[in-house]
Design a protein around this ligand. Structure first.
Ligand SMILES: Cc1cc2nc3c(=O)[nH]c(=O)nc-3n(C[C@H](O)[C@H](O)[C@H](O)COP(=O)(O)OP(=O)(O)OC[C@H]3O[C@@H](n4cnc5c(N)ncnc54)[C@H](O)[C@@H]3O)c2cc1C
Length: 491
């Protein structure tokens, strides 16, 4: 009998581990499995369902409709959004999804040798967990505890109140003005929401020349243009935060000692360095969209041999410091997105069983597949596989072609001619290596392009006749441009 405990059993990664272990045990009657799922979520359901992927897209959809009406000169008036109803509908959906997740976990726990414990787990020794008044000593522990907001280590941060993505999803009232720190995918999704639904006067601090800096500069420049012109957001590029203080605190020590709640109504002051010059910004509220870090707080890892640092979890999901501990999902810090959390969970489930049988473990690797619902999801950014930058770092001979949405009639007809797309193709055999797009429906095209990349389809064999007029015609343009280049090279 092998006993596996999963800490984070309601989360996406934890459930995936459990499903995989149970499926494998069902397939092999010789396998004796004891499984303990532990989660202290209240209500349980995991980040994606409760405060991540699903609720964010739910509230964005209301803002998206408002923006599309406001952006259309042929229509008169701007619809009034009722934030209470936005939040109510989101809660209704999300609580339903969470119930479904919990029901699934509880059904698993009805099986023989599977139990669910609704409590907090803490390591008291290597692979020894204290859960409520019980002590468990399983053969394997899978850590699937997710992530928490990464609060930057900035002078003064402990003296000012701040809001996070979770607060935005529940907000029915908004400040007049706000400073936003962090312009990764969470910032790109929520900044236009604050401006569209909340009417907030937003100033974003961007450290680089533009966001999306891993990609061709045109993508980041398109975001800057859209956010400034369509959403009236101020974005200070090449700007670094230096110091924060609560407005009203000045140099007065008694004020400085006031707690965050007491200063909430006074607002925040942020000192920044803009191209070598110090500037001061003030706003009613500070939003931190500064990313997330592994949730290991209170997990008692100091009582184990595990050290949470770069490389602490390998590609097999096995912890570097303990071969009987596996770490999946956001908590391992490898690639904190939902589908990856799940795939890592399946991989870890298989590897636990392989390890138990003394077999070699298998690494988990994937083709990058990311979507950011920028521009309220009207102008989503999608990335599959290679980018021009990643192929240039390889020794592959490649072709890179791009197309502007404004040059495709269909985007004009649908009133969203902003954005662009890029295709990366292997010049040797014509196979598709990568796609990036930031334009209307790029999120939907991500699936088609995932097939093209993962099946290494030859651009010359992919039909380039989308139904006319539909937005995938931008993909046809890329395919044709790549074909022409391939032909020219072969002449
Ligand atoms: C605003 C926002 C939007 C997002 N949008 C997207 C998106 O559109 N697409 C996408 O792919 N990803 C998105 N993500 C990321 C995605 O939500 C996460 O990658 C994913 O949910 C991580 O799943 P997980 O299983 O690792 O962690 P979680 O789902 O957080 O699960 C961790 C579980 O561990 C439990 N737990 C923690 N500590 C303990 C303990 N000590 N004892 C017992 N139980 C414990 C928790 O209760 C929780 O149930 C978004 C995230 C945010 C914040």
């Amino acid at each position: 009998m092998v006993h596996v405990a999963i800490v984070g059993g309601y989360g996406s990664a934890g459930v995936a581990v459990a499903d995989e272990l149970i499926d494998r045990a069902d397939e092999d009657p010789e396998r004796d499995l004891e499984l303990t799922l532990i989660d202290d979520g209240e209500p349980g359901g995991g980040l994606c369902i409760l405060r991540g992927c699903m609720p964010s897209k739910d509230v964005l959809s209301a803002a998206q409709h408002r923006y599309q009406v406001r952006h259309d000169d042929r229509l008169e008036g701007v619809p009034e959004v009722v934030p209470e109803r936005v939040v109510e509908q989101k809660d209704d959906h999300v609580l339903g999804f969470a119930q479904h997740r919990r029901d699934h976990v509880h059904e698993l726990a009805e099986r023989e040798n599977v139990e669910f414990v609704h409590d907090t787990a803490e390591f008291v020794d290597d692979r020894v967990l204290e859960v409520g008044d019980r002590t468990l000593e399983p053969d394997y522990v899978v850590i699937a505890t997710g992530s928490v907001v990464d609060v930057p280590d900035l002078p003064g941060i402990e003296d000012v109140p701040f809001s996070t993505s979770a607060d935005v999803l529940d907000a029915t009232e908004f400040p007049d003005s706000a400073i936003v720190m962090g312009f990764g995918y969470i910032g790109l999704e929520l900044v236009p929401y604050l401006s569209e639904i909340g009417g907030v006067d937003v100033t974003v601090i961007e450290h680089d020349e533009h966001p999306l800096d891993e990609f061709e500069p045109e993508y980041g420049e398109t975001v800057l243009e859209l956010y400034r012109e369509h959403f009236d957001v101020e974005i200070l590029t090449e700007t670094d935060e230096k110091r924060l203080e609560a407005i009203g605190s000045g140099d007065d020590q008694s004020n400085r000692d006031r707690n965050a709640t007491a200063t909430a109504s006074d607002g925040v002051r942020l000192h920044v360095d803009r191209d070598g010059t110090e500037e001061t910004l003030e706003a009613e509220e500070l939003y931190l969209f500064t990313g997330r870090r592994p949730n290991v707080d209170g997990l008692g890892l100091e009582n184990t041999r595990l050290e949470v640092e770069e490389g602490w979890v390998g590609s097999t999901m096995q912890a570097r410091d303990d071969e009987r501990v596996f770490v999946v999902g956001d908590v391992n810090g490898r690639e904190p997105i939902l589908h990856v959390a799940k795939e890592q969970g399946f991989a870890a489930g298989r590897n636990v069983l392989r390890h138990d049988r003394g077999h070699d473990l298998e690494a988990y690797a994937n083709v990058p597949h990311h979507v950011i619902f920028s521009g309220l999801g009207v102008y989503p950014f999608a990335r599959i596989g290679h980018t021009p930058a990643t192929v240039s770092a390889s020794d592959m001979d490649t072709i890179v072609v791009s197309s502007e949405a404004s040059s495709e009639g269909v985007f004009k007809s649908k009133n969203h001619s902003e954005g662009r797309a890029t295709l990366v193709v292997n010049a040797e055999d014509g196979s598709v290596l990568g796609y990036q797009g930031l334009h209307l429906h790029a999120d939907v095209m991500a699936k088609t392009m995932q097939l093209a990349v993962e099946m290494a389809l030859d651009v010359r064999k992919i039909p380039d006749r989308a139904y006319h007029p539909t937005t995938p015609e931008i993909i046809d343009s890329l395919l044709r441009a790549a074909e022409v280049e391939l032909e020219e090279r072969s002449e």
